[in-house]
Design a protein around this ligand. Structure first.
Ligand code: ZN
Length: 317
Protein backbone atom coordinates (compact mmCIF):
# COMPACT_ATOMS: atom_id res chain seq x y z
CA UNK A 1 0.00 0.00 0.00
CA UNK A 2 1.76 3.15 -1.20
CA UNK A 3 2.09 6.31 0.83
CA UNK A 4 0.29 9.37 -0.51
CA UNK A 5 1.35 13.01 -0.24
CA UNK A 6 -0.55 16.25 0.22
CA UNK A 7 0.72 19.36 -1.55
CA UNK A 8 -0.46 22.93 -0.95
CA UNK A 9 0.15 26.05 -2.99
CA UNK A 10 -0.43 29.16 -0.89
CA UNK A 11 -0.81 32.28 -3.01
CA UNK A 12 -2.04 35.79 -2.35
CA UNK A 13 -5.63 34.96 -3.30
CA UNK A 14 -6.06 31.17 -3.16
CA UNK A 15 -4.84 28.12 -1.26
CA UNK A 16 -4.83 25.08 -3.55
CA UNK A 17 -4.55 21.64 -1.98
CA UNK A 18 -3.91 18.42 -3.86
CA UNK A 19 -3.57 14.75 -2.95
CA UNK A 20 -1.10 12.80 -5.05
CA UNK A 21 0.21 9.29 -5.36
CA UNK A 22 3.99 9.78 -5.76
CA UNK A 23 3.99 6.82 -8.17
CA UNK A 24 1.53 8.64 -10.47
CA UNK A 25 1.68 12.32 -9.47
CA UNK A 26 0.41 13.84 -12.71
CA UNK A 27 -3.14 12.65 -11.94
CA UNK A 28 -4.08 14.17 -8.56
CA UNK A 29 -6.52 12.09 -6.50
CA UNK A 30 -8.26 15.13 -5.00
CA UNK A 31 -8.14 18.92 -5.15
CA UNK A 32 -9.53 21.64 -2.91
CA UNK A 33 -9.32 25.40 -3.25
CA UNK A 34 -10.16 28.07 -0.66
CA UNK A 35 -9.60 31.82 -0.50
CA UNK A 36 -6.44 32.93 1.29
CA UNK A 37 -7.50 34.73 4.49
CA UNK A 38 -5.61 37.58 6.17
CA UNK A 39 -3.23 36.97 9.05
CA UNK A 40 -0.99 34.09 10.04
CA UNK A 41 -3.50 32.40 12.40
CA UNK A 42 -6.28 32.46 9.81
CA UNK A 43 -3.91 31.18 7.11
CA UNK A 44 -2.87 28.28 9.36
CA UNK A 45 -6.56 27.45 9.91
CA UNK A 46 -7.07 27.48 6.14
CA UNK A 47 -4.09 25.14 5.65
CA UNK A 48 -5.56 22.69 8.20
CA UNK A 49 -8.95 22.90 6.47
CA UNK A 50 -7.48 22.17 3.04
CA UNK A 51 -5.28 19.32 4.29
CA UNK A 52 -8.22 17.74 6.16
CA UNK A 53 -10.40 17.98 3.05
CA UNK A 54 -7.95 16.44 0.56
CA UNK A 55 -6.65 13.82 3.02
CA UNK A 56 -10.24 12.67 3.60
CA UNK A 57 -10.34 11.66 -0.08
CA UNK A 58 -7.56 9.10 0.20
CA UNK A 59 -8.57 5.60 -0.81
CA UNK A 60 -9.09 3.09 2.00
CA UNK A 61 -5.86 1.71 3.38
CA UNK A 62 -3.63 4.52 2.08
CA UNK A 63 -1.62 6.51 4.61
CA UNK A 64 -0.08 9.95 4.25
CA UNK A 65 3.69 9.99 3.85
CA UNK A 66 4.24 13.74 3.93
CA UNK A 67 2.78 17.20 3.49
CA UNK A 68 4.40 19.89 1.37
CA UNK A 69 3.50 23.57 1.46
CA UNK A 70 4.57 25.97 -1.29
CA UNK A 71 4.30 29.62 -0.32
CA UNK A 72 4.65 32.74 -2.45
CA UNK A 73 7.43 34.40 -0.47
CA UNK A 74 10.90 34.09 0.98
CA UNK A 75 11.13 30.87 2.99
CA UNK A 76 14.21 30.17 5.09
CA UNK A 77 15.95 26.79 5.19
CA UNK A 78 13.96 25.80 8.30
CA UNK A 79 10.68 26.38 6.44
CA UNK A 80 9.77 29.66 8.16
CA UNK A 81 8.04 32.23 5.94
CA UNK A 82 10.30 35.27 6.45
CA UNK A 83 8.78 37.70 3.95
CA UNK A 84 5.64 37.32 1.89
CA UNK A 85 4.34 40.67 0.65
CA UNK A 86 1.27 39.06 -0.95
CA UNK A 87 0.23 37.27 2.28
CA UNK A 88 -1.08 39.80 4.73
CA UNK A 89 0.52 39.75 8.21
CA UNK A 90 2.34 36.47 7.64
CA UNK A 91 5.87 37.58 8.48
CA UNK A 92 7.95 35.02 10.42
CA UNK A 93 5.13 32.55 9.95
CA UNK A 94 6.11 28.95 10.80
CA UNK A 95 3.30 26.56 9.84
CA UNK A 96 5.26 23.28 10.05
CA UNK A 97 5.07 22.43 13.77
CA UNK A 98 1.27 22.65 13.99
CA UNK A 99 0.75 20.65 10.78
CA UNK A 100 3.31 18.01 11.78
CA UNK A 101 1.71 17.66 15.21
CA UNK A 102 -1.77 17.18 13.72
CA UNK A 103 -0.74 14.60 11.11
CA UNK A 104 2.48 13.04 12.49
CA UNK A 105 4.17 13.13 9.08
CA UNK A 106 7.14 15.09 7.70
CA UNK A 107 6.22 18.64 6.62
CA UNK A 108 8.19 20.65 4.08
CA UNK A 109 7.65 24.36 3.43
CA UNK A 110 9.31 25.92 0.39
CA UNK A 111 8.96 28.77 -2.07
CA UNK A 112 6.08 28.18 -4.51
CA UNK A 113 8.22 28.56 -7.63
CA UNK A 114 10.80 26.13 -6.20
CA UNK A 115 7.94 23.64 -5.81
CA UNK A 116 6.75 24.22 -9.39
CA UNK A 117 10.30 23.82 -10.71
CA UNK A 118 10.66 20.55 -8.83
CA UNK A 119 7.43 19.25 -10.38
CA UNK A 120 8.52 20.22 -13.92
CA UNK A 121 11.81 18.40 -13.30
CA UNK A 122 10.17 15.28 -11.89
CA UNK A 123 7.23 14.82 -14.25
CA UNK A 124 7.12 17.83 -16.58
CA UNK A 125 8.98 19.37 -19.48
CA UNK A 126 12.34 19.44 -17.64
CA UNK A 127 12.30 15.74 -16.77
CA UNK A 128 15.85 14.43 -17.14
CA UNK A 129 17.35 17.95 -17.36
CA UNK A 130 19.90 18.56 -14.58
CA UNK A 131 20.46 22.29 -15.18
CA UNK A 132 17.38 24.42 -15.65
CA UNK A 133 15.42 27.37 -14.34
CA UNK A 134 11.66 27.74 -14.17
CA UNK A 135 10.43 31.32 -14.53
CA UNK A 136 6.75 31.96 -13.80
CA UNK A 137 5.24 35.05 -15.40
CA UNK A 138 2.10 35.94 -13.49
CA UNK A 139 1.17 38.99 -11.43
CA UNK A 140 4.86 39.01 -10.51
CA UNK A 141 7.78 36.77 -11.48
CA UNK A 142 8.72 33.61 -9.60
CA UNK A 143 11.74 31.43 -10.19
CA UNK A 144 13.12 28.04 -9.19
CA UNK A 145 16.67 27.08 -10.10
CA UNK A 146 17.91 23.50 -10.44
CA UNK A 147 21.66 22.89 -10.63
CA UNK A 148 23.08 19.36 -10.87
CA UNK A 149 19.56 18.04 -10.26
CA UNK A 150 19.09 19.90 -6.96
CA UNK A 151 17.03 22.98 -6.10
CA UNK A 152 19.23 25.96 -5.28
CA UNK A 153 18.00 27.71 -2.16
CA UNK A 154 21.12 29.74 -1.32
CA UNK A 155 22.71 30.23 2.11
CA UNK A 156 19.50 31.53 3.68
CA UNK A 157 16.81 30.12 1.41
CA UNK A 158 16.31 33.37 -0.47
CA UNK A 159 17.92 32.41 -3.80
CA UNK A 160 16.15 32.60 -7.14
CA UNK A 161 14.45 35.99 -7.22
CA UNK A 162 15.42 37.36 -10.64
CA UNK A 163 12.10 39.21 -10.73
CA UNK A 164 13.80 41.79 -8.51
CA UNK A 165 16.89 42.26 -10.66
CA UNK A 166 16.77 45.96 -11.47
CA UNK A 167 16.70 46.46 -15.24
CA UNK A 168 15.91 50.21 -15.14
CA UNK A 169 16.88 52.19 -12.01
CA UNK A 170 14.48 54.94 -13.12
CA UNK A 171 11.66 52.51 -13.87
CA UNK A 172 8.29 52.18 -12.15
CA UNK A 173 8.17 51.49 -8.40
CA UNK A 174 8.01 47.85 -7.29
CA UNK A 175 6.16 46.54 -4.20
CA UNK A 176 9.61 45.43 -2.92
CA UNK A 177 10.51 49.09 -2.38
CA UNK A 178 12.89 49.63 -5.29
CA UNK A 179 12.40 50.84 -8.85
CA UNK A 180 12.56 49.17 -12.22
CA UNK A 181 12.67 45.54 -11.14
CA UNK A 182 12.42 43.03 -14.01
CA UNK A 183 8.97 41.92 -12.85
CA UNK A 184 7.62 45.47 -13.33
CA UNK A 185 8.30 44.95 -17.06
CA UNK A 186 8.05 41.22 -17.75
CA UNK A 187 5.09 40.04 -15.62
CA UNK A 188 1.36 40.30 -16.31
CA UNK A 189 1.43 43.79 -14.81
CA UNK A 190 4.26 44.72 -17.20
CA UNK A 191 2.27 43.44 -20.16
CA UNK A 192 -0.72 45.46 -18.97
CA UNK A 193 1.39 48.62 -18.89
CA UNK A 194 2.83 48.10 -22.40
CA UNK A 195 -0.72 47.46 -23.61
CA UNK A 196 -2.20 50.57 -21.91
CA UNK A 197 0.50 52.72 -23.55
CA UNK A 198 -0.40 51.20 -26.93
CA UNK A 199 -4.11 51.70 -26.21
CA UNK A 200 -3.66 55.36 -25.36
CA UNK A 201 -1.82 55.80 -28.66
CA UNK A 202 -4.75 54.15 -30.47
CA UNK A 203 -2.78 51.01 -31.31
CA UNK A 204 -4.77 48.36 -29.43
CA UNK A 205 -8.43 48.64 -30.37
CA UNK A 206 -9.34 44.97 -29.98
CA UNK A 207 -7.49 44.74 -26.65
CA UNK A 208 -9.42 47.76 -25.34
CA UNK A 209 -12.69 46.23 -26.54
CA UNK A 210 -11.93 43.02 -24.62
CA UNK A 211 -11.22 45.13 -21.53
CA UNK A 212 -14.72 46.59 -21.75
CA UNK A 213 -13.92 49.73 -23.73
CA UNK A 214 -11.54 51.62 -21.43
CA UNK A 215 -7.76 51.75 -21.91
CA UNK A 216 -7.37 52.09 -18.13
CA UNK A 217 -8.88 48.64 -17.60
CA UNK A 218 -6.51 46.83 -19.99
CA UNK A 219 -4.64 43.96 -18.35
CA UNK A 220 -2.21 41.36 -19.62
CA UNK A 221 -4.91 38.73 -20.10
CA UNK A 222 -6.75 40.96 -22.60
CA UNK A 223 -3.61 41.17 -24.72
CA UNK A 224 -3.12 37.41 -24.58
CA UNK A 225 -6.73 36.79 -25.57
CA UNK A 226 -6.66 39.24 -28.50
CA UNK A 227 -3.32 37.83 -29.65
CA UNK A 228 -4.73 34.28 -29.60
CA UNK A 229 -7.56 35.59 -31.82
CA UNK A 230 -4.86 36.72 -34.27
CA UNK A 231 -5.22 40.47 -33.71
CA UNK A 232 -2.17 42.18 -35.27
CA UNK A 233 -2.00 45.04 -32.76
CA UNK A 234 -2.11 42.65 -29.82
CA UNK A 235 0.64 40.57 -31.43
CA UNK A 236 2.75 43.72 -31.78
CA UNK A 237 2.22 44.52 -28.09
CA UNK A 238 3.22 40.96 -27.20
CA UNK A 239 6.43 41.25 -29.28
CA UNK A 240 7.33 44.52 -27.53
CA UNK A 241 6.68 42.90 -24.16
CA UNK A 242 8.69 39.80 -25.15
CA UNK A 243 11.83 41.96 -25.45
CA UNK A 244 11.65 42.56 -21.69
CA UNK A 245 11.15 38.87 -21.01
CA UNK A 246 14.13 38.05 -23.25
CA UNK A 247 16.29 40.68 -21.52
CA UNK A 248 15.78 39.09 -18.11
CA UNK A 249 16.28 35.58 -19.47
CA UNK A 250 19.56 36.66 -21.08
CA UNK A 251 20.72 38.05 -17.71
CA UNK A 252 19.69 34.82 -16.00
CA UNK A 253 21.42 32.62 -18.58
CA UNK A 254 24.59 34.72 -18.32
CA UNK A 255 24.70 33.85 -14.60
CA UNK A 256 23.46 30.24 -14.59
CA UNK A 257 24.25 28.74 -18.00
CA UNK A 258 21.28 26.35 -17.84
CA UNK A 259 20.36 23.82 -20.53
CA UNK A 260 16.70 24.89 -20.41
CA UNK A 261 14.50 27.73 -19.23
CA UNK A 262 10.88 26.77 -18.56
CA UNK A 263 8.31 29.55 -18.79
CA UNK A 264 5.24 29.04 -16.57
CA UNK A 265 2.57 31.19 -14.96
CA UNK A 266 -0.55 32.70 -16.48
CA UNK A 267 1.26 34.37 -19.39
CA UNK A 268 2.58 31.00 -20.59
CA UNK A 269 -0.94 30.43 -21.94
CA UNK A 270 0.08 32.64 -24.88
CA UNK A 271 2.37 29.75 -25.91
CA UNK A 272 4.50 30.26 -29.01
CA UNK A 273 3.01 33.73 -29.56
CA UNK A 274 5.10 34.81 -26.57
CA UNK A 275 7.88 32.22 -26.67
CA UNK A 276 8.97 32.85 -30.25
CA UNK A 277 9.64 36.62 -29.90
CA UNK A 278 11.10 35.96 -26.43
CA UNK A 279 13.66 33.56 -27.93
CA UNK A 280 14.51 36.12 -30.63
CA UNK A 281 15.10 38.88 -28.05
CA UNK A 282 17.07 36.51 -25.81
CA UNK A 283 19.39 35.53 -28.71
CA UNK A 284 20.12 39.19 -29.43
CA UNK A 285 20.92 39.93 -25.81
CA UNK A 286 22.69 36.90 -24.32
CA UNK A 287 26.47 36.86 -24.09
CA UNK A 288 28.30 34.97 -26.82
CA UNK A 289 25.25 33.72 -28.65
CA UNK A 290 26.54 31.71 -31.60
CA UNK A 291 29.44 30.46 -29.49
CA UNK A 292 27.35 28.58 -26.92
CA UNK A 293 24.90 25.68 -27.11
CA UNK A 294 21.31 26.78 -27.66
CA UNK A 295 19.38 27.13 -24.39
CA UNK A 296 15.93 25.63 -24.86
CA UNK A 297 13.25 28.17 -23.86
CA UNK A 298 10.02 26.20 -23.55
CA UNK A 299 6.57 26.46 -22.00
CA UNK A 300 5.77 24.65 -18.75
CA UNK A 301 3.81 21.42 -19.09
CA UNK A 302 1.99 21.21 -15.76
CA UNK A 303 -0.14 24.34 -15.61
CA UNK A 304 -1.51 25.93 -12.46
CA UNK A 305 -1.25 22.74 -10.34
CA UNK A 306 2.54 22.55 -10.66
CA UNK A 307 3.26 24.25 -7.33
CA UNK A 308 0.96 22.02 -5.29
CA UNK A 309 2.15 18.83 -7.02
CA UNK A 310 5.80 19.84 -6.55
CA UNK A 311 5.20 20.58 -2.87
CA UNK A 312 3.73 17.10 -2.42
CA UNK A 313 6.68 15.49 -4.21
CA UNK A 314 9.22 17.45 -2.14
CA UNK A 315 7.53 16.21 1.04
CA UNK A 316 8.11 12.54 0.18
CA UNK A 317 11.44 12.93 -1.65
ZN1 ZN B 1 11.18 44.53 -6.85
Amino acid sequence: MGLLAVGLDVGGTKVLGTLVDPQAPSRPLAQVRVDTPRGADAILDALHEVIDAVAAERPRGHQLGGIGVGVAGQIDLAGVVRFAPNLHDAIDFDPSPAIAERWSVPVVVDNDANCAAWAEGEIGVAHGVDQFALVTLGTGIGCGIVVDGALQRGAAGFAGEPGHMVVDPNGPPCPCGRRGCWERFASGSGLGRVARDAAEAGRADRVVALAGGSADDVRGEHVTRAALEGDDEALAVLRQFAWWVGLGLANLVNVLDPAMVVIGGGLAEAGELLLEPTRAAYRDLVLAHGHRPEVRIVGARLGPDAGAIGAALLAVK
